[in-house]
Ligand binder design. Structure first.
Ligand SMILES: C[S@@+](CC[C@H](N)C(=O)[O-])C[C@H]1O[C@@H](n2cnc3c(N)ncnc32)[C@H](O)[C@@H]1O
Length: 370
């Protein structure tokens, strides 16, 4: 599909109708892992501009919610994966016997979070930045278990919208409560060497989609297992690259005052160095608001660095790197006027486009296929 569209001449790619084709492509590619997710719609204020070369985000990547493996990355190991024996659907009713509950507590109780990382009432995340161990395919609990959120897929409706200064961005199409799962930062999982090679290439064209998996607790685990102080600080072993493959989260822009944050989540994975990078809201987000996160880690965890970066520094060319985030400050940043106008545009266009996209036949529904 992507190659086919890329072979069109630029004029055809600039037809406003291509926005619907883009939404349909996303639905097609995600119909197996999130069949009930609301459609992602495409909004571009400039698509009536005759000089515009494309009305959609680029077709340069393969749209997927899955993790593809880089050349040196072994297939996921499940040898040491364990599942709980909680019959009757809900693990949190079974605290003292649920091995998933006990495992979660062993990692996070010391940080003030008791039990699972999700609230039992609405399954929102209790705290950003701590590892989450979800129930997995070996667990006896049901699909509706409190401890299955990322595994059940995206529920929130979102739009990809062209912004004035930051390229494409991700916008909320309805209000999102604090602690809501937004999406997996999917793409290719690369080893250290391959990610370094790619970083050099991406530096040349000034855009990067690389995020290191270098959470603080991974280093702590390593230090615990390794008493030799010379080797206690390990270079980051894995990096996610969303340039060639990824989903809508690759369009999340940087903010120094973000409304969402990355959280490491383990599902069918027994390797502590290989969590999924997932995006959760860290405060309530209004309909029409841009969803952003900090490319330099969670500002709540790293205040000094953020003070140096200044207030609301919406930098051009932010390095998508768990440690880096060397965004140069853009003159004037993204002012409130721009934000309000982006928000109004989303709400207006959302209403028109939603009707069209939702009326489209779903690729996974045999009854609606011709
Ligand atoms: C992961 S991509 C985000 C999606 C990107 N806007 C696009 O259109 O593909 C990262 C790139 O987006 C741009 N970007 C992200 N946040 C920005 C910001 N706050 N101000 C200006 N540019 C930004 C930079 O070019 C950065 O290298």
């Amino acid at each position: 599909m992507h190659d086919h569209i890329n072979s069109y001449n630029p004029q055809m790619r600039s037809y406003p109708q291509m926005k619907l084709v883009y939404s349909a492509m996303i639905q097609e590619n995600t119909s197996r892992d999130e069949p009930f997710a609301p459609p992602i719609i495409i909004i571009n204020q400039d698509d009536t501009d005759a000089t515009a070369t494309t009305t959609t985000p680029p077709w340069e990547f393969y749209y997927t919610n899955e993790m593809l493996l880089g050349r040196s990355v072994p297939p996921p190991s499940r040898l040491n994966l364990t599942g709980c024996d909680c019959l009757g659907g809900q693990c949190h009713l079974n605290k003292s016997q649920c091995t998933c509950y006990l495992k979660q507590e062993s990692f996070t109780a010391g940080y003030g979070v008791t039990g699972f990382m999700y609230h039992a009432v609405d399954q929102t995340l209790k705290s950003n930045g701590l590892p989450v161990f979800e129930c997995n395919s070996l667990c006896a609990c049901g699909e509706q278990c409190t401890n299955r959120v990322v595994s059940r897929g995206r529920k929130i409706p979102i739009a990809l919208q062209k912004t004035r200064r930051k390229g494409w961005g991700v916008f909320a199409r309805s209000s999102i409560p604090k602690g809501t799962f937004i999406g997996i930062y999917s793409g290719e999982l690369l080893g250290h060497e391959e990610s370094e090679e790619r970083a050099l290439k991406y530096d040349e064209f000034g855009r990067t989609y690389l995020f290191d998996i270098d959470w603080w607790y991974i280093n702590q685990q390593h230090s615990k297992n390794n008493t030799n102080t010379n080797t206690s600080r390990k270079p980051c072993k894995y990096t996610v690259d969303a340039y060639h493959a990824g989903n809508f989260t690759r369009f999340l822009n940087h903010s120094c005052d973000p409304n969402s944050a990355l959280t490491p989540v383990y599902i069918d994975m027994d390797d502590i160095e290989r969590p999924l990078l997932t995006v959760f809201s860290k405060r309530p987000i209004q309909a029409g608001e841009e969803i952003t996160f900090s490319y330099s880690g969670d500002p709540d965890f790293d205040d000094d660095e953020e003070e140096e970066r200044g207030e609301e520094g919406e930098g051009e060319g932010g390095e998508g790197d768990g440690e880096g985030g060397e965004g140069e400050k853009e003159e004037g940043g993204d002012g409130d006027g721009d934000k309000a106008s982006d928000q109004r545009t989303v709400l207006r266009e959302v209403r028109q486009l939603e009707e069209k996209v939702e009326a489209m036949p779903l690729a996974h529904n045999p009854e609606t296929m011709s």
